[in-house]
Design a protein around this ligand. Sequence first.
Ligand SMILES: *Cc1c(COP(=O)(O)O)cnc(C)c1O
Length: 397
Amino acid sequence: MSSFNVQSTKALMDITARPELVFVKGEGSWLEDHAGKRYLDVIQGWAVNCLGHNPKVMLDALSKQSQLLINPSPAFYNQPSLDLANCLVNSSVFNRVFFANSGAEANEGAIKLARKWGQKKRQGAYKIITMQNSFHGRTIATMSASGKEGWDKKFPPQVDGFPKAIMNDLDSVKALIDEQTVAVMLEPVQGEGGVIPATPEFMQGLRALTKEKGLLLIVDEVQTGYGRCGTLFAHQHYGIAPDIMTLGKGIGGGVPLAALLSTEEVSVFEYGDQGGTYNGNPLMTAVGVAIFDALTAPGFLESVNARAEQLSQGLLTLSAKYGLKGERGLGLLRALILDGDYGNDLVLAARERAPEGLLLNAPRANLLRFMPALNISEDDMNTMLVWLDALIAEVRK
Ligand SMILES: *Cc1c(COP(=O)(O)O)cnc(C)c1O
């Protein structure tokens, strides 16, 4: 295909401003559009494709499993979901797993589980303290849990019971705790909020506070989990053990897969409380096992940290060169803080770069977020930094 039919796009609901191109092929850190133009991709489906586009281990798992069994129903056991659940349980502080299809659905499950636990153990306590500027998904309950500006007005009425504290301000959490509080929920690094890591004092303080008050600590690791931050799960950086964790994005490497994990004591769902047609679907969980094996192979996380160091140093060099405001992040979830609101201009110039484009993301007008494949090569990372240098010079002129 070499032409692009604008008219054909009218059949889709217009939910976001999309560029007038169609991606037709992907391999590793590169995408190709309908006209044959190639793009270096450091968005990777929004931190989803942890092994890049179309990794062989994923294609092999898909083709092998698709010929065996695709959908027996979650009312029966299937081997890939048992295998993946055991991988997760054996490599984490959690004992039980529920598989879902999206991060939002996993977070809905976390909210339900915390409320159920509140009914059973805390006289019906149901409030979950979340953070300003947080992002937990796009269902009605997860939008209510999210602290994204303006979202409280979008689809009224909101789901009740999500008071908002301030990230990295323990007193703001303390001030919100009352008889009806059951949990505190946060992203270890706020992703959509602009790559804002929790400080060690805050995360460890939250764990101590929630323990003292008999509350659950829920970490939304949909974006930060699965090696993205240089450890298998980001909460491991803080040396804490949460009660509930959600995973999404990287867990499927690009296929719809997510998970809700909890400790044994907190795993209180009764029959009928939780389910879903596709939960633990063997086609997706077989991919999940392949991704898990790749991420936990010897040396993999070391190389993630080496690329993270390369990215961090490269961004710092650019920041110094152009007088920008530095960089931040954890592992391969990083942001470059600009000295003005030209993030979207950079995104556009990068995409239109010729002959090859660069796919960047600006979650805020004054910053760029980087979430490359965890196995991006040293050369591709370097290419990205060289191109970015020229783009910054061009856009700031
Ligand atoms: C992306 C994201 C979600 C939502 O995941 P979906 O799969 O889009 O539903 C939830 N929480 C965080 C932290 C995310 O980054």
